[in-house]
Design a protein around this ligand. Structure first.
Ligand SMILES: *[C@@H]1O[C@H](CO)[C@@H](O)[C@H](O)[C@H]1NC(C)=O
Ligand SMILES: *[C@@H]1O[C@H](CO)[C@@H](O)[C@H](O)[C@H]1NC(C)=O
Ligand SMILES: *[C@@H]1O[C@H](CO)[C@@H](O)[C@H](O)[C@H]1NC(C)=O
Ligand SMILES: *[C@@H]1O[C@H](CO)[C@@H](O)[C@H](O)[C@H]1NC(C)=O
Ligand SMILES: *[C@@H]1O[C@H](CO)[C@@H](O)[C@H](O)[C@H]1NC(C)=O
Ligand SMILES: *[C@@H]1O[C@H](CO)[C@@H](O)[C@H](O)[C@H]1NC(C)=O
Ligand SMILES: *[C@@H]1O[C@H](CO)[C@@H](O)[C@H](O)[C@H]1NC(C)=O
Ligand SMILES: [Cu+2]
Length: 586
């Protein structure tokens, strides 16, 4: 992402809405009775033509904030992180932080209403870690959110911990380390929670992971990005783009990901953006994609020729294999028109089963030129947000660069900040520990923002300050999905901004346009300590985040003895650790 390009050009060119037709939802043979009253139809069962149905009185119509199944099933998974090597595109082997020996890590799969019990072992020599389950609400389990310095101390080398939480939503997501920029070196993997869907399909192709790839390690790139930021320059470009963990490199080595499809079938594909820096546009030559979820939120299905993904965002799409049988390119290209400046191409080969797989000769679809979240993404069930107290109760979060001392006794350096304060957590004294101790004297650099009382609405406007690099920032909120009230260029004004309170899209990651603003709302309904941050790994490392402290007296606290032993193991390790904390810590 090049932040010195002119944002105005992008905004003018990119806010034009896509011209792809909005197709009506297909007839679903036996629908859940009502999509507005959110009463599920107990009689309808899930199948290829009835994906809106689920079971036991739950369906796509269930408001999962209020109600979700409890299956009684506990899905267990062991994840061991090791310091190894990988060579995903054939360019050469490099240091890679593997999970169970793999890059990307294994898929975590569970069903709506299950309990997940995930045991993580840190078998790296030289890094702590903590694993975050992106988009998971962590209802009554904020201690399993996996943000070192906020919800736990980092897990020291040699140590093991178990994350336990209930699956209250369904759809596709990913997990990643939250220990500085560690996830860029491999500590990532897909998550699939099975449940109902707003569009029908025959087969689930599973997760399709998209991310950029660097030939240097994430810690090296992060250090260069930080120096460049101080000099007014962009972070280094990535070297390649991976599709489900593979691609060819510029010299022709490596291999393309391959997918086989059968004429006449409809396929569900779970697009997951796990990149650290770039916006990516994906498309399958000759085929439209029908979008049915935005992050963990089902939406009214709509059709696109191409789809823009920001970091951390997910879209589940249905692809109809109804074209002439042949070989087609699947493309994942960096969106140059959206201030993402890297010239690399992700390609995969999709072949109909009746033909011999070979290099496709197809040409790319017309690209939908939109640099924001697709505006057609109306939620499947509409939840209006009250607007009455909006103007008088906005939490303004102003984003810009500042100078701050990040390392004790270090020099002040240029970093990202919100309201001139750059977030910097304490690995040895996480925020939730303050709550456990009843200590309300949070250090300023924790960037603690109290929420309103339970049941009331928080309104947040993230504003990019003028005279700062006008780069877009994909903001991600933990512990909640938020309602996307609006996005715009320039300075926000409550009087003139066009905001959607009646039918706002809902998701957990959305873009603050370069030089502009993002307005969101979320209901206080989940006591905890919830990070909100830019998901560009370099930016959060450089301080771009706040943490919402929601109803501290009602937080379900983590088990004290497990929490304390993890912290004391970390503190022992850190005294003699070879590497020290040199950024925000998250
Ligand atoms: C991985 O191993 C290399 C080489 O031994 C070492 O320099 C590096 O610090 C290790 N990284 C981690 C995270 O353990
Ligand atoms: C983590 O390990 C990498 C090497 O793999 C190193 O560059 C980095 O400084 C380490 N960070 C911390 C805080 O341990
Ligand atoms: C991507 O890789 C994962 C893990 O190997 C696999 O489960 C999934 O089916 C693959 N996706 C596609 C679309 O091939
Ligand atoms: C992932 O998100 C980043 C930044 O938001 C974006 O630059 C990149 O293109 C996205 N990747 C995909 C595959 O959509
Ligand atoms: C193929 O399927 C798409 C999506 O369902 C539909 O819009 C299109 O008209 C179909 N094309 C043909 C040739 O049947
Ligand atoms: C950030 O600064 C703005 C402008 O000074 C102020 O209105 C707002 O309340 C501050 N936000 C927080 C969370 O302190
Ligand atoms: C509360 O936290 C502050 C900041 O870390 C610390 O200085 C103070 O001693 C703590 N107070 C108590 C009562 O522990
Ligand atoms: Cu950012």
């Amino acid at each position: 992402m090049k932040f010195y390009q002119i944002a105005g050009a992008c905004l003018a060119a990119c806010t034009a809405l896509t011209t792809a037709a909005v197709v009506p939802a297909e007839p679903i043979e036996k629908r859940a009775t009502s999509t507005t009253s959110r009463v599920a139809d107990a009689a309808c069962t899930n199948g290829p033509n009835t994906r809106a149905c689920w079971k036991n009185g739950y369906s796509i119509a269930t408001d999962f904030d209020q109600k979700f199944p409890t299956t009684g099933v506990t899905v267990t998974q062991n994840l061991e992180i090791t310091n190894g090597t990988c060579n995903p595109d054939g360019h050469g082997s490099r240091l890679c932080l593997l999970i169970n020996g793999q890059y990307p890590g294994p898929t975590i799969r569970a069903t709506w209403g299950d309990m997940l019990s995930i045991t993580v072992k840190n078998s790296m020599q030289d890094n702590g870690t903590s694993l975050h389950w992106h988009g998971v609400r962590q209802y009554h389990s904020p201690g399993s959110d996996g943000v070192n310095g906020i919800t736990e101390c980092p897990l020291a080398p040699g140590q093991t911990r178990t994350y336990t939480f209930q699956v209250t939503q369904y759809g596709s997501s990913w997990f990643h380390a939250h220990f500085s920029s560690q996830y860029g070196d491999g500590v990532i993997g897909p998550i699939v929670f099975d449940g109902p869907a707003s569009a029908n399909y025959d087969e689930d192709l599973g997760p399709y992971v998209l991310n950029e790839w660097y030939y240097q390690t994430s810690y090296q790139i992060n250090a260069i990005a930080s120096v460049n930021l101080g000099n007014g320059g962009p972070p280094p470009n990535a070297d390649n783009m991976l599709i489900n963990g593979t691609n060819k490199n510029a010299n022709g080595g490596g291999s393309y990901n391959q997918v086989k499809i059968t004429s006449g079938k409809k396929y569900r594909l779970r697009l997951i953006n796990m990149s650290v820096d770039n916006y990516i546009r994906v498309s399958l030559d000759g085929h439209a994609m029908q979008v049915m979820t935005t992050d963990f939120i089902p939406c009214k299905p709509f059709s696109v020729n191409s789809l823009l993904l920001g970091i951390g965002q997910r879209y589940d799409v249905v692809i109809n294999a109804n074209q002439t049988a042949g070989n087609y390119w699947f493309r994942a290209n960096v969106a140059n028109d959206c201030l993402s400046g890297n010239n690399f191409y992700g390609r995969a080969i999709w072949s109909y089963n009746s033909v011999t797989p070979s290099t496709p000769t197809t040409s790319a679809n017309t690209q939908d030129s939109v640099c924001l979240e697709p505006s057609q993404a109306a939620p499947y069930w509409v939840q209006p947000v009250p607007s009455g107290s909006f103007a008088s109760s906005i939490d303004a979060l102003d984003v810009g660069l500042t100078k701050a001392q990040v390392v004790p006794n270090g020099n002040a350096i240029i970093v990202w900040a919100i309201n001139t304060s750059s977030i910097n957590v304490a690995w040895d004294h996480p925020t939730i520990q303050y709550v456990m101790e009843g200590n309300t004297s949070y250090p300023t650099q924790f960037n603690v923002v109290p929420t309103v009382n339970e049941g009331a609405w928080n309104y947040v406007v993230v504003q990019m300050l003028p005279n700062n690099p006008p780069v877009p920032h994909p903001f991600h909120l933990h512990g909640h999905d938020f309602f996307l009230l609006g996005q715009g260029s320039g300075t926000f004004s409550a009087g003139s901004a066009s905001l959607n309170f009646a039918t706002p899209p809902r998701r957990d990651t959305a873009t603050v346009p370069g030089g502009g603003w993002l307005a969101i709302a979320f209901n206080s309904n989940n006591p905890g300590t919830w990070l909100m941050h830019c998901h560009i790994a370099w930016h959060v490392s450089e301080g771009l985040g706040v943490q919402f402290l929601e109803s501290p007296s009602q937080i379900t606290l983590p088990d004290q003895s497990q929490f304390d032993s993890q912290c004391s193991a970390w503190n022992n390790y850190y005294q003699t650790a070879y590497w020290k904390k040199d950024d925000s810590g998250i």
